[in-house]
Design a binder for this molecule. Structure first.
Ligand code: SF4
Length: 262
């Protein structure tokens, strides 16, 4: 409560506006005017029952298939080892840049044994343009030593073995197993999958491992690999971080994201 001089100079108690109302310029007792994106969002019906949620997810998957029928990994590779190296290089770097670096890299070091034999500081110079090159070089040489020493020079085919490889966390392991071997070990959660899963209300979580757990529960296993690729493409094409192109998005009528633009 705050004091204010009323008629005849009598101090009257008035209720201070809430911080939120003050921020929006709303006066006490006044109805807040809906903002344009509130109207956009409320036009989309939220699922209330388990059956409605299931039907909505089926709709999302169907539309993703229509929008991105041939989605696949953009990292150029000829075998699982090359994909593992390319995926490690792609951290904090565009796939385009990685694809510029890897042809020369794999010509210079054709096998995991060649990578295992090189000093990280030498490899770092070869991959400098991908950023974070010292750490990436250490990871790649460590991964090569593990693959050569423990897995006979072949990238393993289980998530547990993949996670034992230096530089391979769940995202990398899922990319390699899914794309190179067609093994659905999980859902790839990168920055695009993270953002779009939140916008589509597929998870309330913010940590990639728990987001993945949520997605694995609601997305059928036989869609895990394709779904990851489709969301990554969607994040690059339309559902970009700032100013998503909702007017062009096939998921628009199923999406009630806070920052929808159309
Ligand atoms: S582009 Fe817009 S409508 Fe489409 S999923 Fe992203 S936020 Fe939703």
């Amino acid at each position: 409560m705050a004091g204010r001089a009323g008629e005849n100079g009598i101090i009257v108690k008035v209720k201070a506006p809430s911080k939120r109302a003050a921020k929006s310029g709303q006066r006490h007792g006044e109805q807040r005017q809906p903002r344009p994106h509130d109207l956009i969002r409320t036009a989309v019906k939220r699922p209330k029952t388990a059956a409605e949620r299931k039907a909505r997810i089926a709709g999302i998957l169907r539309r993703l298939n229509e929008m991105y029928p041939n989605a696949t990994c953009a990292l150029v590779h000829r075998n699982p080892w090359e994909l593992l190296v390319a995926t490690i290089l792609s951290a904090q770097c565009t796939d385009k840049r990685v694809n510029l670096v890897t042809p020369g890299l794999f010509a210079k070091y054709p096998t995991p044994r060649d990578f295992a034999a090189v000093k990280p500081e030498v490899l770092a110079e070869d991959i400098r343009s991908t950023g974070f090159f010292n750490n990436k070089a250490k990871s790649i040489v460590g991964a090569a030593k593990k693959v050569v020493g423990d897995f006979g020079g072949k990238v393993p085919r289980t998530i547990e073995e993949m996670l034992a490889i230096p530089g391979a966390a769940r995202k990398t392991a899922n990319v390699v197993l899914g794309t190179a071997y067609g093994i659905a070990s999980g859902v790839v959660v990168d920055t695009h999958v993270q953002r779009i899963s939140a916008r589509l209300d597929l998870t309330k979580e913010t940590d990639p491992v728990t987001i993945e757990r949520d997605l694995m529960k609601i997305i059928p296993r036989d869609r895990w690999i394709l779904f990851s690729h489709q969301l990554i493409l969607h994040g690059r094409a339309l559902c970009v971080a700032r100013g998503p192109k909702c007017g062009e998005c096939g998921l628009n009528s199923l999406c009630y994201a806070k920052d929808k633009t159309a």
